[in-house]
Design a protein around this ligand. Sequence first.
Ligand code: NAD
Length: 338
Amino acid sequence: MQIAIFGTKSYDRHFLETANAHFGHQLTFFQPRLDEATVALARGYPAVCVFVNDRLDAGVLAKLAEGGTRLVALRCAGFNNIDLRAADRLGIAVVRVPAYSPHAVAEFTIGLMLALDRNIHRAWARVRENNFALDGLIGRNLFGRTAGVIGTGQIGALVARMLKLGFGCEVLASDPSPDPELLAAGIVYVEPKELLARAEIISLHCPLTPATRHIIDKDAIDRARPRLLIVNTSRGALIDTQALIAGLKSRKIGGVALDVYEQEEALFFEDLSSEIVADDMFQRLLTFPNVLVTGHQAFLTEEALTAIAETTLTSITAFEAGRPLQNRVSGEAIRQRA
Ligand code: NAD
């Protein structure tokens, strides 16, 4: 099948081409994201493949349909960037990659936690300058600390286990659907308020929904323990960044590690090193010595990229053969689940 791949980075190309050796589709790679300005590039392609920041609103989808596109393959789990109802209406099928490697994200989360807590990011910068002084680098043991995991789905469950079984933390969890295996492993489910009041470290792994938006806000920060550490590898808007900055300034918050950021769409995945970044809130965050930010890379392992490429091309092959689509998302299915 002819597939137009948008928002291509070198790693997308490498892993999709490698996987395609045993699928035999015709892949055309475009660097720009798919949006109103670039949709003309997709004309004549029955399938398009996109990522988290491509914009597939009703207007773009109408142009895709007009140009002959019948399948959109999201090479990610989230589908907040596509108007599923419009896709249904236009007869465009949509598939995604629901799970590619929860281990990739969970392990990165622990990496961020350790780096933040033990000042590894600051030590690395010092040593490059031949500064071997240790003042200001004192950390704390994870063993015996109380960690709170919000959201114990695929990723959060792994993080909770790693903290409990790997590091000997006391682990509190909050999730509307508690995981019996975590309960059996000694992880204690509590109400979100209690988690916020008791945890010394909080790791966020719930999805972004109207209910979880700004789950970490001024109120939560006020109620938290002093010197709270926060790690967010889930979605940026789970945290009210203004309140976070205020908490850092007042020293209520002891440190923050973020792989995601509320306004990341204008920044992440691009090389802006020669640009003036206009986002003052983001720039302020970077000035704190106890803030560590990465650009949405928790998923970025060879295993995850291989799984993304394989699942995406498997779905496209099934579509071409007229077989049922296991990873299909549709407006109707979402409406029924809500
Ligand atoms: P999942 O669907 O398996 O788990 C989410 C869990 O959150 C579920 O158990 C659900 O019951 C729970 N939940 C829902 N509402 C909640 C609430 N109000 N409070 C507490 N828990 C709540 O999802 P997952 O695969 O574990 O992914 C978790 C998050 O990680 C998602 O937001 C996803 O977008 C993000 N993610 C980030 C990266 C990255 O590279 N940084 C990569 C993949 C996924």
